[in-house]
Each structure stands twice: as C-alpha cells, then as structure tokens.
Write a protein that binds this ligand. Structure first.
Ligand code: GUN
Length: 290
C-alpha cells in the first residue's frame, strides 16, 4: 500500500483564496488594505527566490507588498533605523526581515527591534512567549503551516503520539509547543528528538505523527516509521539531482499512511501563513483605530 500524498500546494491555494476574500471584505468594510514590508539584505539566492514568491503571493491576495532591498554591506544601525521607520509607518501592518542576515548584523538585535504587533514571522520573544502560554497573536509561519496541513488532511491530533525530529527555534521547538497546547487542533503527546537522542528509531517508530526538520537529506527512512503514520517532511535540501526532503520519500511512502512531498508539501504553506498573519495584523490596526 502506498501513502496518501498530502497536497500542500493545493491546500495552500485553497487557503490563499479564502484569505483573498477576507482581504477584500476588510477593505470594503474599513478601507484598510493589509501592508507587508519585506526587508532583504544582501544577495543570498535562496532568499531572493523566497522574497520574490512572497511578493507574488501578496499581490494575488490583494495585500500591499513593500520591498526593501539593501546591499550586503548594509550596517546593523542602518537596518535598525529602517525598522524603526517601519514600526511607525501606519500603512505597514507586518514587517519581515528575511533570514539569514549578513555576518555584520546580529540577528537577535534586529528581530527584537520589530514591534511585536507587527511581527508576522512570530520570532519576537514576546510572541514566542505568547505562543508558549497558549495566547498567541502570530504563530511562526512554518509550524502554523504544519498544523494546518494536519488539520486539512484529516489527521487526528488530539491524544496522538507526535514525534518531532529537530529542535530549531524556527520549526522543531515551536511546532512541539503548538501541538502540546490544551487547545483545539492540538492536545497531542509530544516528544522532541535531536542529535543527542539515543535510539532515535525507538521513538520515531511510536509516532502517529512524525515531523522531521533536521536539514539533512533522507535522514529518516521507511524502516523508522510506524505503519500508517502521518509523516510531515519539513526539509528542503538542494542536491545535484534536485530538491529532496529530510525523509527518504521512496521507502517512507510504502509504510506511512499519509506523507508530504518535497517540493509541494510544507513549503507552500509557509507563505500562506505569512499572508494569514498579515491579514491578522491589519485587523489589529482596525481594532486599535476603532
Ligand atoms: N528564511 C527562511 N525562512 C524564513 C522565514 O520564515 N522568515 C524569515 N524572516 N526568513 C526566513
């Protein structure tokens, strides 16, 4: 039996259509057009692709996208000054500084300077704290996209054994925190595995939902997966043969019940959740005005 493929691209398209309708309704009701400022420093090729795709997705959804492209030698103080301006700009609802940043700029200094109410990436410690206590305003986009994929693919989460492989601040830790909450679409029993985990397979084979975000091609193979499990592959690894995930898709698809492909799984959901957060930010602007 082969696994059902979770169509992230199709699910993302559907949610983006819903967002487009809500953006139009907000505009008709209040005159507010959500605005997203994207800041790109330097010429990292991956980042350039992300930023271009974000611009296209915003335009399609009716969200105003402002791009700020700065040279690789842009200083930290110049960047902080730009962020202060964007914090004050009433037309800017969301601010996203594309990572990674060049070496001369300290990532945390920049992320902490963003107004938490405009932090549509959900990276500011205030928003991380809000997520931790179950009172989020913005969930980080990739973990939020994973939760949405689980829900829309009909995967039961409550009471499920979830194993997360990887403990990054971007994906592993936040997705574990989201799914462990006493809340709708959560309430799972969550285990986080990492590089020092002994007997990894002993954990992964018990997972009803296995989420893999380690940044290593094909780190998880079919023999490490519980038959019928839902497997979410967050990895995007560029190999000479093309893109590949952190899961060995060929062996995994014969064991899993459901699995996300790479590309076309988690990837398209990240931008979609960014649009959703930007819409939320615009509604927050309306509430504050109100
Ligand atoms: N670089 C790769 N993914 C992301 C993301 O989700 N947000 C930001 N700001 N930078 C990234």
């Amino acid at each position: 039996m082969t696994a059902q493929i979770i169509d992230g691209k199709g699910i993302a398209r559907q949610i983006q259509a819903e967002i487009k309708t809500e953006v139009a309704e907000l505009k008709a009701r209040s005159g507010i057009v959500p605005g997203l400022a994207v800041v790109l420093v330097g010429e990292d090729p991956g980042s350039q692709v992300y930023v271009k795709n974000k611009g296209i997705a915003c335009q399609k959804a009716g969200i105003n996208s402002l791009e700020f492209r700065k040279p690789a030698d842009f200083s930290e103080s110049e960047l902080l000054k730009l962020i202060q301006e964007l914090n004050r700009n009433p037309e800017v609802d969301g601010i996203l500084v594309q990572l990674p940043l060049p070496k001369q700029i300290k990532e945390t200094s920049v992320l902490y300077a963003i107004d938490p109410d405009k932090d549509v990436d959900g990276f500011h410690p205030v928003n991380v704290g809000r997520m931790m206590i179950g009172e989020p305003i913005y969930l980080p986009c990739t973990p939020a996209g994973i939760q949405e994929l689980l829900v829309r693919s009909g995967t039961p989460i409550e009471g499920a054994n979830v194993v997360v492989v990887g403990r990054s601040n971007l994906v592993g830790k936040p997705i574990a925190m989201i799914l462990v909450q006493k809340a709708k679409n959560a309430n799972a029993t969550v285990t986080i595995c990492h590089t020092k985990t002994r007997n990894m397979e002993g954990f992964t084979k018990e997972a009803d939902i296995l989420i893999v975000a380690v940044g290593k091609p094909k780190a998880i193979s079919g023999d490490m997966i519980k038959p019928g499990a839902t497997v979410i592959d967050v990895g995007v690894n560029r190999l000479p043969t093309g893109l590949c995930g952190d899961v060995d898709f060929e062996s995994a698809k014969n064991v899993a019940g459901k699995i996300t492909p790479v590309p076309g799984g988690v990837g398209p959901m990240t931008i979609t959740m960014l649009l959703k957060n930007t819409l939320r930010a615009a509604r927050l602007r309306l509430e504050k005005k109100g």
